[in-house]
Design a protein around this ligand. Structure first.
Ligand code: ZN
Length: 136
């Protein structure tokens, strides 16, 4: 696996409405996309810094993994790191061969139509790690 860059940094927030204005000021730009990902029970908002995006994640249900994470981290904060790879299928296989525990055995569809797969923070020294692939 040889990621080309950090595709995005996922940041958990209680309220997009509360946090978006902060990032708009900090980064000197408007949020360019707000998208609900029903599968993950989150609403996402995106900014772009160079090749890397900032992905704000707001839970839409108490069942959301983001809602659960916020119970332990009530101020919000950095939730995951996402690397851009050529093939999520191949990268997941590489990770598994390295003995890394996978959350996703196969790619699934994430925000912005990307193929994504997560590695378990138990075997990534506490960093929830996402692999992303822009579909060709
Ligand atoms: Zn992500």
């Amino acid at each position: 696996m040889k990621p080309s860059h950090i595709e995005h940094i996922g940041i958990a927030v209680k309220s997009l409405d509360e946090v978006i204005p902060y990032y708009e000021k900090l980064l000197g730009q408007k949020c360019y996309s707000i998208e609900e990902v029903a599968d993950q029970k989150v609403r996402t908002a995106f900014f772009k810094v160079g090749d890397t995006k900032i992905e704000l994640l707001e839970p839409t249900s108490p069942e959301s993994t983001i809602a659960k994470w916020l119970e332990n981290n009530p101020r919000g904060g950095v939730h995951h790191l996402a690397f851009c790879v050529d093939s999520v299928t191949d990268a997941l296989a590489d990770a598994e061969a390295m003995g890394i525990q996978l959350i996703d055995k196969a790619p699934r569809r994430g925000a912005e139509g990307l193929n994504i797969g997560f590695l378990h923070p138990k075997s990534t020294f506490g960093v929830l790690t996402e692999l992303c692939e822009v579909p060709k």
